[in-house]
Each structure stands twice: as C-alpha cells, then as structure tokens.
Design a protein around this ligand. Structure first.
Ligand SMILES: Cc1ncc(COP(=O)(O)O)c(C=O)c1O
Length: 479
C-alpha cells in the first residue's frame, strides 16, 4: 500500500495528488467514478483530512476531478473522455530540478521593482545609468566595425579580450596573468557557478563569510555544499577561523570578498591577508577571491588583491565589469591555474558554447581605450558623492535608530538597526512607501540589519528614499 514520504522535500498533499492522478491515468478510477472519501483516504494514507482536501483541491484546479456538494469527488468526464489530451502539470515541473528558487526576499524585491519601476531602489547592487560609461561605449561601438565573422568563439574567451585583461590586471591590480590562465565569463556570478558546479562535489564543506553575498545565492545549496561561516569583523575575516574550520570540517575551499566586502564594505586588514595566504598554503586550501569592487576605492590607492600576493597559486581570482562599468554587458573573468581555466572552459562549452563575442569585443575595446582611466576616476568621485548623500540623509532622518560604518569603496552601506525589528515587516512598509532595500538576513545575518546600495538610485532621489525608509522603520517599530 502506497504511503506518502514524510522525509521528501515535496509537500504531502502534492505527493497525494500525484499518486491519485497516476491511479486515474492507469484506469483504476475511470472517468465519472467516485474517488474514496477524504476521510477514508486520510485514514488509509495516515495523514490529516485537511491534507487530502488540499490534494483534491490541487486535482480540481487542473480539471482532473470534479466535486459536487453532497456527492463526493468524481473523476472528471470532460477532462478524461472528451478531451483526451492533457496539459502537462507545469507547476509541478517548475518545482523540479536541482536548482533552488531565489530567496523569498529577493523575489519580493524583484517583483516590487517590476510592478513599480518608480520605487527608489536601494536594493539593486549595480550602477545607475549616469555612472555607467554609456557614451564611451556608444562611441566605441560606432568607431569600430565589430566583427566579420559571427561564429562560435573560443569558450575560454575571445582572445583579444583575454589579452586586454592581461594588461588591465597587470596595470590596475598588480596581478600577473597570461591569456591561458584567464577564463572570460558572463560575470562573477557565472564564475561562482562554474566553481561550485565543476570544482566541488555535493557534500563538500566550504567556508563563506558571515554576512556574505554568497548567502543571497541558493546556488551554493543547489550544488549540495555544506556551508560554514567565517564571521566578518571590521577588519574582515579571521585567518584563525579558517584553520579551525579546516580542522573541524575539512573545508575544501574558502570564498572571500576581501575588498569592500558585500554587504559590510569591510576591507580585509593587510596582516590578515598575509596570514590567510599562509594558512591556505599550509593547508593546500584554495581561496576564491571575489573582487568586483576594489577599483571603486573612492580615494587613494585601491586595496591590493590577495591574488597579487599569491606566490604559490592558492587563489582563484574573480573579477567583473559589473561594478566598475556596466552590469548589462555581462562580462567577468577568472584568473586560475591553466588546468582549471581549461576545465571550466570545457564545461562552458557544454553549457552554452561560450559567451557572445559582441560584448567581449566591446569590453576589449573599452579596456584598451583612452576612455577607461577617466571613466574610473569619474566613477569613484560620483560614488563618493552618492555615499555622502546617503550618510548625510541617514544621520538627519534616523540619528538614534541606526548605526553604520562609513565605507571607503564599493556600492553599499551596511546598517545595524537599533530597535528589534522584523525584516519582512520592514520591507513591506518600505515597499508601501516607495522604497526598496535588502534586509540583512538575506546575507546570512540575524534580523536587524539592512543593506543600502547608493549607486543605483538617482542622486536626487537619495534623500527622499531615506525619508521613506525612516517612515517605514517607524511604522514597523510602531507595529
Ligand atoms: C560580491 C559579489 N560577487 C559577485 C557578484 C555578481 O556580479 P556579476 O555577475 O554581475 O559580475 C556580485 C553582485 O552583486 C557581488 O556583489
């Protein structure tokens, strides 16, 4: 006798609906026949009657069964006789596969922004149109004839872009790379995806910062990885914690975002960088350095990447165009030992035959052009201006209710809310008033933190956005 599996991820009512649908399809319950009563089925299957009712509701919604008051639930005659073609149960398919859906808060924010693009956006981690090099890119596109052949390109990346990246990395990031050690990706996100899917196996333990951008990505759970936390303090992660996690869980990899960390804005202290690399080399432990923000340093010299100090090759370095130029170009890169770059390029080929050559050509032109350096200079100044506006507005609107450290680079400001607050409630109140931001719990933190991105909103909207947030916070406290 079939029974639903209580350990399955699929809810009981769905398992029951699937099971009944199968019995109908096999002819056990012909069209028009009466199904067992809810009470009887509940007793047979060892579940509550309400679970069977939900299963019947599900079957009714797809037209497989009908219910008439007083005469029980019958197999539909129209569905099964007159219209013998059945629509696949797409809802069920949509819940299948290995890839977990986005986090509910992230979906809520995306839905809110799609519904109402006039919301003031402190949530999207990207540059506003006026910070991106739109005119420069348009000029390059009209100056250059892009390609004479639009065939599949090398899955490791368009060679002139890899050459441009070798020079860029040497000049701006003090990283020595070769064309063979660079993999072009469609952004850091894809680099992380390739690493989690191709270099690690389900059940592997990895260390990620807490809080961390990585917690906002169900990608790590979808790959079946066991995540262990490295707390981030004002100087970044503590190398001793890496050693402790290795000892206890035999972690296979460390993911870190050491330069203007997302979400906290922290820069890993110089001494800790040295110690982290020492720990990695002693333990033969790879470090993934996710570095999309270092060149946004508003003033002075940007922090040096771990990769520039990596003498023995422990670091997989990930870079991106998204936060320094334009996220919509979808250009990122990885610097890795040759065998890893080739392995991941081979995986790329199987997934999508590599990236479109057009944005790669644009990126190569932009990096080698005289536009790049002045663009970066302007970007840093404008980010500083926007950061100051946000800080000033927060200090004015909420002097006693939030605390934060002022970042010296990156796109985000991480706030601790002084009152105890329910994340979901606060976001609801914010959306209602026309502002979105990311609740801190998305990044693995406890409730009571908020990440503001100041790069995406229009400059003139920042004070109004903070005023709306302040109202939302007061309403959430009041409730
Ligand atoms: C730390 C970090 N890594 C990776 C990404 C992914 O960026 P992209 O795929 O646009 O390069 C982001 C985006 O916000 C990020 O903040």
């Amino acid at each position: 006798m079939w029974k639903p599996d209580r350990h399955s991820r699929q809810p009981l009512y769905e398992q029951i609906a699937d099971h009944i649908e199968q019995r109908i399809a096999y002819g056990e319950f012909p069209p028009g026949s009466l199904l067992p009563s809810e009470r009887k089925l509940a007793a047979e299957l060892g579940v509550n009657r309400s679970t069977v009712i939900m299963a019947f509701d599900e079957l009714r919604a797809t037209g497989i069964v009908e219910r008439r008051t007083g005469s029980g639930t019958r197999v539909s005659t129209t569905k099964w006789e007159i219209a013998p073609k059945h629509t696949p149960n797409w809802k069920r398919y949509a819940q299948g596969g290995q890839f977990l859906p986005n986090l509910p808060f992230m979906r809520k924010i995306r839905e809110a922004l799609t519904r109402d693009p006039s919301l003031i956006d402190f949530a999207s981690g990207e540059l506003a149109a006026d910070l991106a090099p739109i005119n420069e890119i348009a000029a390059l596109m009209s100056e250059h004839r892009y390609t004479s052949y639009l065939g599949y390109d090398n899955p490791q990346g368009y060679i002139p872009l890899r050459q441009a990246l070798v020079s860029y990395l040497a000049e701006h990031r003090n990283i020595r790379a070769t064309e063979a050690s660079i993999l072009v990706t469609s952004g850091s996100q894809q680099s992380l995806y390739l690493i989690t899917q191709c270099l690690l196996s389900p059940g592997d333990a990895v260390a990620i910062e807490d809080p961390s951008y990585c917690y906002s990505l169900p990608m790590f759970q979808s790959a079946g990885l066991r995540l262990f936390r490295l707390p981030v303090d004002p100087y970044g992660v503590h190398p001793e914690d890496v050693r402790a996690l290795y000892k206890k869980h035999r972690i296979k990899m460390v993911f870190t975002n050491p330069n203007f960390h997302n979400p906290t804005g922290t820069v890993l202290a110089a001494e800790r960088r040295k110690q982290l690399l020492e720990a990695a080399s002693e333990l033969a432990l790879p470090i993934v350095e996710d570095d999309p923000f270092s060149l946004t340093a508003y003033e002075g010299t940007p922090p040096s990447p771990l990769k520039s100090m990596d003498e023995i090759g422990s670091v997989l370095y990930i870079g991106s165009f998204s936060k320094i130029a334009a996220s919509g170009l979808r250009i990122g890169w990885m610097v890795a030992p040759r065998e890893i770059a080739e392995r991941l390029a081979d995986a790329r080929q199987q997934m999508d035959f590599g990236l479109s050559v057009i944005p790669q050509q644009v990126a190569a032109q932009f990096l080698s052009s005289s536009y790049f350096a002045p663009h970066l200079k302007r970007l840093r100044m404008q980010l500083l201006f926007k950061r100051d506006l946000l800080v000033e507005a927060l200090n004015k609107e909420l002097p006693d209710l939030i605390r934060f450290a002022v970042p010296s680079g990156g796109l985000h400001l991480w706030c601790k809310l002084v009152p105890e607050i329910h994340d979901g409630r606060l976001l609801e109140e914010g959306i209602r008033r026309g502002v979105v931001f990311v609740p801190g719990s998305v990044y693995g933190s406890d409730s009571g933190f908020v990440r503001f991105t100041f790069a995406r909103a229009r400059t003139e909207d920042i004070p109004a956005g903070v005023a709306k947030f302040a109202e939302a916070l007061r309403a959430a406290i009041g409730g």
